[in-house]
Design a protein around this ligand. Sequence first.
Ligand code: SF4
Length: 406
Amino acid sequence: MKVESIFPRRQTRQIMVGQVPVGGGAPISVQSMTTTKTADVEGTLAQIYALAGAGADIVRCTCNEMEAAEGLAQIVPRSPVPIVADIHHQYKMALAALEAGVACLRLNPGNIRRPEHIKQVAKAALERSVPIRIGVNGGSLHPDLYKKYGDKVTPEAMVESALMELAYFEEVDFDLVKISVKASSVPLMIESYRQLSEQTDFPLHLGVTEAGPPPAGIVKSTAGIASLLIEGIGDTIRYSLTADPVEEVRAGRQLLEALGLRERKNVDLIACPSCGRAEIDVFEVANRAMEAFGDREIPLQVAVMGCVVNGPGEARDADLGIAAGNKRGHLFVKGQNAAVVPEDEMVETLVEWAEFIHEHGADKALERVDTERAKREAERDRSALLVSQGSDVNAAEVKIASMRSS
Ligand code: SF4
């Protein structure tokens, strides 16, 4: 399903990370990084498969020692997604990772400082048509640049670091480059990417580094990455969370789907925030539904609503939803009442209908049931609730009247 985004994207060059295009109008890819020792081949592959299953397009593994490079030689041919080798201090590890067959390298200019080493890596990568990410990181900026900009990490310093590295690559005619200028400060990261995007058309890899554990880490990453994507900046993203990397992938994909930048892959579960009218514990049912759907590839929007009084109307655009009323669950499909089930079967009903709709379509699903009857039942429970709770169950009108009279 092709998605048309309302945010025009900045034109960038395109590189290939294995089979995954990055930049040049390609879908924005989601990346993550393994947390295992790369030398632990089976453990690392298990994590790579989990990440790919959650929607990662590209996975990075550290390559910090020869055992890790040897691990990569075994991991790369068995990986379902392209593997990027993360290189920090030792340029020789970059050469070994290339030998191992990785699809991309990530170099940190603050940590590999000798131009001749950088050029040597670029030459070896060029021979194999393997791209390199110039991964500038606010926390490991080159000391000279740090000094030059008044003992501070500034957007200008970050951009200068990236452009300096780029110049070394250009000297050896290497242009298979993508760039990141990550920082843990969201404003610094946003401004660095903005300035960089003015000065280069290489694809950009976005991220807020060391964002921390969720939920704060997700909030920070989303603030930085989404702000830039809305401006059309960014070709590939990574959430850096102190959490299971599967969480990074889920967050990244959900952001792209929410912005209309990637097609929906899994269920988009929406739920009302609950209020005095709720007939069920909405939080509990919504969480149970989330768990039941898990990472199943059902690209539908599914609603869990606390009451049949307002729920079906408020979620009429969802593909499928259920609203509680009088100990029953009222199922609706594209705003049309479809079925009535006992309250304790709400979640399993949602899953079963979502699977059917995904496979056969909403019309076929509705053909199976008596929609007129479901509508009458819903109307009956709705009227009963309105009678028992009144039309102002949250007592807003009473409060407003009291405020006005005081
Ligand atoms: S009115 Fe009903 S659907 Fe709306 S928030 Fe309250 S319980 Fe949920």
